[in-house]
Design a protein around this ligand. Structure first.
Ligand code: SF4
Length: 432
């Protein structure tokens, strides 16, 4: 029987577009409307699926029953002195919340992908605070859009159509009513659409932001250029920012991960704060994974901190650069890892992946990822937003309900179900 499911939330990037229309027939997705190419491929192409639990024996992975895999995983975690619980941005809030309880029970560290992407942005917010809004406000009101170190044409393909440049808002209805500024080290496909493109020197963001702040305050800059940008262009950008009615600055990892890191974000947040004494301006990060914002929110509700939370002292302790995954693994301090909905072996530096491969690893993932290949236990899970429902947070902090569209493969459970079983198993083994 054919069925059309409307208002489907896409669980790929942080835009969490909630207007997809999916046609389902005989437990297969037949077609998807309103989706970009990234989304269509996630919804329609399920190759490389992990369907059977695996355990390592004699150096190789072999198929196992779910009970055997869960028992072995619980034993690895229960015996660990200082386990790392990593991932969480490609699953739902319900799973993250069980993950935090598991980290507390184990006295381990729970860290999410934020520590390798937008961590400096969150640290900047701790320092300065943030003038923010929903993407709906941007769509309805913004007449000036700035993308800084972000290339949504490729990374967030519908961001400009749904929320910014081309969005049909209540008060701004077309591209003609909006101005686009792009700041980047190279002329990206997003920059090609800009009314003003500012080419900043690599690692020159902090200097450029500081010069912009000076220009916005009307101070004279006694140089011909800053970070490779002529003063006339800096003044033109400052005038456009001061002169708009509602400006929105979106920043990507091109800003959070260039030299200066959290200081870049301090400067960007301060620039927006300065602008708010002249006009209305907001700033938002372009979050990558669909629920990395949820991983931050849920971890913050439960521990007070958004990522890199260490429970080994018996209370939550947070010190990015110390209690974050790359640092812990580099120092060889963790003696086991639980990886949930993430593929660190494919994305961490090779030296850190080698460290990860030296300790017992339990992986929960819908796919046979690179991390599965170095794991001691791998348990397949249902794909959130396709085979499992759950709550997620869009990049602007708006919660949305991801739907279950089709049933998962026979015997495959959700992240939340597997984590609940692991938590029970760990409590039993530890007698807590
Ligand atoms: S822009 Fe992102 S959330 Fe929207 S449909 Fe594409 S991948 Fe999905």
């Amino acid at each position: 029987m054919k069925m059309e499911v409307r208002d489907v939330v896409c669980t790929v990037c942080g835009c969490c577009c909630d207007d997809l229309i999916v046609e389902v027939e005989d437990n297969h997705i037949r077609s998807v409307r309103n989706a970009c190419a990234l989304s269509t491929s996630k919804l329609m192409d399920h190759r490389e699926r992990l369907k059977t639990p695996m355990v390592r024996e004699g150096g190789t992975l072999r198929e196992a029953s779910l009970k055997e895999a869960l028992d072995r995983a619980a034993q690895i975690l229960a015996e660990a002195r200082y386990p790392l619980l990593w991932g969480w941005s490609l699953t739902c809030n319900e799973a993250v919340s069980i993950g935090v309880e598991l980290a507390e029970t184990l006295g381990g560290v729970i860290d999410n992908n934020t520590s390798i992407c937008h961590g400096p942005g969150l640290i900047g917010v701790h320092d300065i605070g943030i003038s923010s809004s929903t993407l709906g406000e941007v769509k309805n009101r913004a007449d000036l859009i700035v993308y800084w170190g972000a290339n949504p044409v490729h990374a967030h393909p519908r961001h400009m159509a749904r929320y910014t440049l081309m969005a049909r808002g209540r008060f701004r209805r077309s591209r003609r009513e909006r101005t686009l500024i792009v700041v980047d080290v190279r002329r990206t496909d997003t920059a090609k659409l800009a009314d003003l493109y500012i080419q900043v020197e690599p690692n020159g963001d902090y200097e450029l932001l500081s010069a912009l702040r000076a220009a916005v305050r009307g101070e004279e800059i006694e140089q011909e250029d800053v970070a490779g940008v002529p003063i006339e262009e800096i003044e033109e950008m400052a005038e456009l920012m001061i002169g708009c009615e509602f400006g929105a600055l979106f920043y990507g990892v091109g800003l959070t991960m260039s030299r200066g890191k959290s200081r870049n974000i301090d400067a960007a947040l301060s620039l927006v704060r300065d602008l708010n004494s002249r006009t209305k301006f907001i700033i938002l990060p372009m979050r990558g994974h669909f629920n990395v914002t949820g991983a931050n929110e849920v971890t913050t509700w439960l521990s007070g901190y958004p990522f890199g939370v260490d429970y080994s002292r018996g209370y939550p302790y947070y010190n990015p650069g110390d209690t974050t995954a790359i640092d812990l693994l580099r120092r060889g301090e963790c003696d086991a890892a639980l990886v949930v909905a993430s593929d660190p072996a494919a994305h961490f530096p090779a030296s850190i992946t080698r460290k990860l491969a030296e300790i017992p690893v339990v992986t929960l993932d819908p796919h046979r990822s690179t991390t599965v290949e170095i794991s001691d236990v791998a348990i397949p899970t249902a794909i959130v937003g396709v085979e499992a429902s759950g709550t997620v947070y869009r990049m602007d902090g708006v919660p949305l309900e991801a739907k279950m569209l089709i049933r998962p493969p026979e015997g495959v459970k959700t992240d939340a179900e597997i984590l609940t079983s692991l938590l029970e198993g760990v409590k039993t083994l530890r007698g807590s």
